[in-house]
Design a binder for this molecule. Sequence first.
Ligand code: ADP
Ligand code: MG
Length: 304
Amino acid sequence: MTQAAIEITGLRKTYSGGHEALKGVDLTIPRGSIFGLLGPNGAGKSTLINILAGLVVKTSGNVKIWGFDQDLNPRQSRASIGVMPQELNLDPFFTARGALDVQAGLYGVPKSERRTDQILDIIGLSDKADAYARSLSGGMRRRLLLGKALVHTPHVLVLDEPTAGVDIELRNMLWDNVRKLNAQGMTIILTTHYLEEAEQMCDEIAIINHGEKVAQDSTANLLGQIDAKTMVITPSDAAQGTIALPQGVELTRRETGTLAFAYDRKRTKAEDILSAVHKAGISIEDVKTEEADLEDVFLTLTKT
Ligand code: ADP
Ligand code: MG
């Protein structure tokens, strides 16, 4: 059997104040994917990521990284993963190059195998190699954090809310990097509360809320779970007449002159709406359906 990139079972974390941030999470993340861990603020995403990173000590449960049990093989499991944390935690007195070197040292990467220049190039900081972290802009610091996560060429790269509060240019740069690294075989895990981002970037998504996993599936399947659909019809002429619609279908006349029919695809067939429109004497110029987006999935699943 092929090992998973990450295998988590029964993971719990209760912070010292008594807050239960993770309430027994099971999560398997396949190798080679771009995997999204999605959830609202306070859901427990960073807690989970920080446990993977070894920054937070779990209360109970089992964590395997690239097949290595975190408790039984701490060195190998740590070497398999690189984490770009949500918080900026750079030492202001190191240069960009220095920060990467120190990190490589921490991970026991021999000098001859260090890829400092290559990483500076990947993160677009070659010309800032000798600038002190304190003199770098916020965006540059975040890029440096990404660089630090890459020094030991981990199998799994984890990005915790990498684009929260960053500008479009940096976001695009991050996504380019993520896609390239993934194409080279790196498994990518990213947390986000931006649904659109997960939708665009991730092959597979797990949704967590209040410390519990509420869904996990391929992005396409998650979107397919949603039964609420909208059919938008452009009539050839102004369509004024009343339409005898099947029960449960709601019509909204949009400003553009189009007719939007909201329906539940489990209850109503698209053709029934079309035939009702037809019977009302309205000729149709164009029909399209509007797909549900993750926002709907998210709202459905995180409702409490
Ligand atoms: P997310 O990353 O999904 O926004 P977090 O994992 O940061 O969520 O937080 C989950 C919950 O745990 C929140 O209610 C948060 O306030 C709490 N929490 C996070 N870190 C700590 C900590 N160090 N001590 C106590 N509570 C914490
Ligand atoms: Mg977080």
